[in-house]
Write a protein that binds this ligand. Structure first.
Ligand SMILES: Cc1cc2nc3c(=O)[nH]c(=O)nc-3n(C[C@H](O)[C@H](O)[C@H](O)COP(=O)(O)OP(=O)(O)OC[C@H]3O[C@@H](n4cnc5c(N)ncnc54)[C@H](O)[C@@H]3O)c2cc1C
Length: 312
């Protein structure tokens, strides 16, 4: 079985920053990640990461990957499907069935998109329903689309879609958008985005092949059904914690992982960074995830140095 001092699960901003710092601390490590680059690759434009006044999320993610690799990090494109403790070591199984043994791990698994939970959502996934405006916007050239949500990813998604679609309806169940003020201003000023406040979607309808409308919980311009070619659900993310929970890692009531200030969880040798961590749940941003990745590697470094005799 391949053995390491540290394995980082997840190759987004948190995991890749952890790898950069682990390389600088000369910690023997490996990154196992799916969707290399992480969620930031979905952002059509990132304008709040220091050093880049404006960069596409995809390019920023590629820069993170190149940086981590250049410093010596090995990044393997694999999902971790199982995690357990055996004789004090952590044993990980990847999707290709290969097993790895390690003294420490950093869980940097991020979040998965939240579902709306309405009829038609599952049925029309990939047939008009999408959770990624950046990935699918180009399919909606000159079409009408609906974006559901009112925070950063909804506004960013609506603005990206507005470059392609003829009309974008942004449907939010509250009376005010809660994205960063810059996003709110840009969204409100875009002439092909129409914001429908205090409204939610009850169902997504279509002809079996593709979406053709949504049913609103209350009429808009006297219509309960709004005609649309696509529905983009941008209502935030839920932490990916199955592996962590299988080890007994403690989470808060919303399932975000609890850590100390060097990102150590309640389980010895298990650290956590990024969007999955409870520290940053009110500021889920690449810069914060990267900062936590750096702290987690420092935590691992101190753990490995302080307790080598106790460390398996
Ligand atoms: C549309 C959109 C726009 C955004 N715009 C901005 C912006 O402008 N500026 C900004 O700072 N932030 C932005 N964000 C937020 C930013 O993307 C996140 O805060 C950041 O990516 C979190 O980094 P992370 O490494 O914690 O998690 P993620 O980036 O989500 O990375 C986690 C990775 O772990 C992988 N993973 C999960 N489980 C496993 C497993 N079992 N095995 C292996 N790998 C696994 C996932 O596939 C993923 O690739 C945006 C987000 C979205 C959705």
């Amino acid at each position: 079985m391949e053995k390491h001092d540290l394995i980082i699960i997840g190759a987004g901003p948190a995991g890749l920053s952890a790898s950069i710092y682990a390389s600088r601390y000369k910690i023997d490590h490996l990154v196992l990640g799916q969707n290399l680059g992480g969620t930031i690759a979905w952002a059509h434009k990132v304008e709040n990461y220091p050093g880049f006044t404006s960069i596409s999320g995809f390019e920023l993610a590629q820069n993170f990957l190149k940086h981590a690799t250049k410093l010596g990090g090995t990044i393997i494109n694999q999902e971790v499907v199982n995690l357990k403790k055996v004789n004090g070591f952590l044993v990980l199984t990847a999707g290709d069935k290969k097993q790895y043994q390690t003294k420490t791990i950093i869980i940097a698994t991020g979040t998965k998109r939240k579902k709306l939970g309405v009829p038609g959502e599952k049925e029309y996934l990939g047939k008009g329903v999408s959770y990624c405006a950046t990935c699918d916007a180009a399919f909606y050239k000159n079409k009408v689309v609906v974006v559901v949500g009112g925070a950063n990813s909804a506004c960013s998604g609506a603005l990206h879609l507005a470059h392609f679609a003829q009309k974008v309806y942004l449907i939010y169940h509250k009376d005010n958008l809660r994205a960063d003020p810059v996003w709110v201003a840009e969204t409100k000023n875009k002439n092909n985005i129409e914001i429908i406040y205090d409204t939610s979607i009850e169902a997504i309808l279509g002809n079996g092949e593709k979406v053709d409308s949504v049913t609103l919980n209350q009429p808009y311009h006297n219509q309960k059904n709004l005609t649309t070619n696509g529905v983009f659900i941008e209502i935030g993310g839920a932490p990916i914690v199955d592996l962590a929970k299988s080890l007994g890692v403690k989470t808060d009531e919303q399932n975000f992982i609890l850590t100390d200030n060097l990102m150590a969880t309640n389980i010895k040798g298990v650290f956590c960074a990024g969007d999955v961590n409870a520290w940053q749940k009110n500021c889920q941003q690449a810069i914060v995830a990267a900062a936590e990745g750096a702290l987690a590697s420092l935590g691992v470094y101190q753990y490995l140095n302080k307790t080598p005799e106790k460390t398996p």
